[in-house]
Design a protein around this ligand. Structure first.
Ligand code: NI
Length: 183
C-alpha cells in the first residue's frame, strides 16, 4: 500500500522512534508498504516516521546509485531496531535530499564508515560495517529514527536562507508526484 509521506514540520519527524517487538502487528505488510512508497516516490531510503509511524524501522534500496558506487548494486535492506555502534573514518561531504523535504538539497558532512546492529526482516540480529554511499544513506535514515533531519546538519546561515522554503513545505506547499501529508 502506498502511504503519504509526512512533510517537514510534522511533529512525528521530530520524535525519537521506539523499538518494536518481533510480533509487532502488521509488520510484514508495513515493510512492503515502506518499499512501495519509496519506489513510487523515487527514493533510495524511507524511515517509518516519514509515513507517520514512530517506530525503529527503515528500508533502503540504493541500487539506483550503482553508477556512482558499484558496491551498492544489490544494497536492498530492511533495518529493524537499529543502533549505530560507532562512526568511523574520515568526514565526507555529500549532497543530500529527503522525501520529507522536497526540492531542497544540501551538502551534509558525515563520517565515511559506521558499525551498526539491527534485526533483519526475519528478526535475526546482525552487526555490520558499512562505508561509502551505504554508510551515508544509513546515517540519513537512522537520523529519522532519532527525530533528526539532514537540515539539522547544515550551517545556521544556510538554514536561514532556506527558512521560507522550509516554511512553505511545512504548510504543504510542494510540487511532487507522490502523496504527502503535513501535520
Ligand atoms: Ni530523509
Amino acid at each position: 500500500m502506498i502511504l503519504p509521506v509526512f512533510l517537514y514540520g510534522s511533529p512525528v519527524l521530530r520524535k525519537v522512534a521506539k523499538d518494536i517487538p518481533e510480533d509487532y502487528p502488521g509488520l510484514d505488510q508495513f515493510i512492503d508498504s515502506l518499499f512501495e512508497t519509496m519506489y513510487q516516490s523515487d527514493g533510495i531510503g524511507l524511515a517509518a516516521p516519514q509515513v507517520g509511524k514512530s517506530i525503529r524501522v527503515f528500508v533502503i534500496d540504493a541500487s539506483p546509485l550503482e553508477d556512482e558506487d558499484p558496491s551498492v548494486k544489490d544494497f536492498k535492506k530492511v533495518f529493524i531496531n537499529p543502533r549505530i555502534l560507532s562512526c568511523e573514518g574520515e568526514t565526507d561531504v555529500y549532497n543530500e535530499g529527503c522525501l520529507s523535504i522536497p526540492d531542497i538539497r544540501e551538502d551534509v558532512e558525515r563520517k565515511s564508515a559506521i558499525r551498526i546492529s539491527y534485526c533483519n526482516r526475519d528478526f535475526q540480529y546482525r552487526e555490520e560495517y558499512y562505508k561509502g554511499i551505504a554508510a551515508r544513506i544509513i546515517q540519513h535514515e537512522y537520523d529519522h529514527l532519532e527525530g533528526k533531519l539532514f537540515t539539522d546538519h547544515i550551517s545556521p546561515l544556510k538554514k536561514r536562507l532556506l527558512k521560507n522554503k522550509l516554511t512553505s513545505i511545512s504548510k504543504g506547499k510542494v510540487d511532487v508526484k507522490y502523496s504527502v501529508k503535513h501535520i
